[in-house]
Design a protein around this ligand. Structure first.
Ligand SMILES: NC(=O)c1ccc[n+]([C@@H]2O[C@H](COP(=O)([O-])OP(=O)(O)OC[C@H]3O[C@@H](n4cnc5c(N)ncnc54)[C@H](O)[C@@H]3O)[C@@H](O)[C@H]2O)c1
Ligand SMILES: [Zn+2]
Length: 342
């Protein structure tokens, strides 16, 4: 078992890699824990849940909205949840993003923690203190920064994940390697087959390295004024693709990372060979690397991105594998360059 710490403005968070859902009670106060989970996770793992109040939600990005939040508030009121209650999100990124938002806002904030059940949420979504929901088609438009007290990353839960969900998690793992850790990238190139088969040692090492990179970045810049922007590598294009194509998050950012790498190459920062290596690794991990889409729609979505400030966008480029940097690019520049990419 390995523990990594996040030091946030609202409190500290422990990410515990190798802990199990069965031990959750050890981390909870005796009175009033309330679990928020989704119906799939509940169906698969209800026998390992502590015997306590459970709020089940649906699944899919479409339910990550204020209507779901409202129905959970209603339920909390009905069961008499108060400031001494404790919320635990057990699930993937959607459950954790919603549970964190609920806990941060209900009665001006109550204590909370997560058991992260997808690869994507173990390596990314559940660490870092971003909680929130989508609004009018815009991803994560409404939310707060607030750290969960703990995040349990239980690898045993990954065995029931559909193959596609596993690949989506690998997209964020590749992202971490590309922005910060060339050795990790090389490790992935060598071990992608065992990684895809969730071989215990390989997957634990990749989860640990990913969370390490994320916690180091968040500890420098929790609220994304500088360094944390690097975690958005592939996400400017990725979010626009997610919105217009309905591909899931991981697959969309896989394509986004290839586009961001090509943009880096076009601007003279990255060798063509490195673009090919990134593309091949994603390909080996069963992730898409290109998409036939309406470029106009993608550009429109990028221009509406909440990370746009005035006539420029903070864009994450790379000058070699493991070396990300943030550049400000004019929106007109993006339009010009992107039209030229295919
Ligand atoms: N807060 C952040 O910093 C951050 C970072 C990255 C992504 N995200 C968000 O995370 C979300 C995506 O998260 P996700 O990929 O975990 O999706 P998800 O929560 O939708 O889970 C994917 C699917 O897997 C099912 N599932 C969960 N655990 C399972 C298990 N152990 N076995 C079998 N099935 C299981 C779920 O029911 C769901 O159908 C997006 O909304 C994205 O915006 C947030
Ligand atoms: Zn992401």
């Amino acid at each position: 078992m390995k523990v990594l710490n996040v030091h946030g403005g609202t409190g500290n968070s422990k990410v515990i890699i190798g802990e199990t859902l069965g031990n959750l009670s050890k981390y909870l106060p005796e009175a009033n824990p309330i679990i928020i989970t989704d119906k799939n996770v509940w169906q698969l793992y209800k026998n390992d849940f502590p015997d306590t109040e459970i709020i089940k939600i649906g699944t899919g990005e479409k339910i990550k909205n204020l209507d779901t939040v409202k129905s959970i508030y209603q339920r909390l009121v009905e069961i008499g949840a108060d400031r001494s209650s404790y919320i635990v999100g057990i699930g993937g990124g959607i459950v954790c993003d919603i549970a964190g938002f609920i806990a941060s806002t209900y009665m001006r904030g109550i204590r909370f923690g997560f058991v992260s059940s997808t690869l994507l949420s173990q390596v990314d979504a559940s660490t870092g203190g971003k909680n929130g929901v989508n609004f009018h088609g815009y991803k994560n438009m409404i939310g707060v920064f607030n750290q969960p007290e703990f995040v349990i990353c239980d690898q045993n839960l990954l065995g029931t994940l559909p193959k596609d969900e596993i690949s989506c998690g690998f997209a964020e793992i590749v992202k971490h390697a590309v922005i910060k850790d060339k050795e990790m990238f090389e490790y992935l190139e060598e071990n992608y087959k065992s990684a895809l088969q969730l071989e215990a040692q390989v997957i634990e090492s990749l989860i640990y390295k990913s969370v390490l990179i994320k916690t180091e970045i968040v500890n420098k810049d929790e609220t994304e004024r500088g360094e944390r922007r690097k975690l958005n590598f592939g996400h400017t294009f990725g979010h626009a693709i997610e919105k217009t194509s309905k591909l899931p998050h991981g697959k969309s950012i896989s394509i986004g990372m290839v586009l961001a790498s090509r943009l880096s190459e076009k601007k003279g920062f990255l060798a063509e060979m490195d673009v090919s290596r990134i593309r091949s690794l994603l390909d080996n991990l069963n992730l898409p690397t290109c998409l036939k889409v309406d470029k106009g729609k993608i550009l429109k979505a990028i221009m509406a991105d909440k990370k746009k400030e005035g006539d420029h966008i903070y864009f994450v480029l790379i000058k070699g594998i493991g070396k990300a940097f943030v550049d400000t690019i004019l929106t007109s520049d993006i339009e010009y360059i992107y039209k030229d990419l295919n």
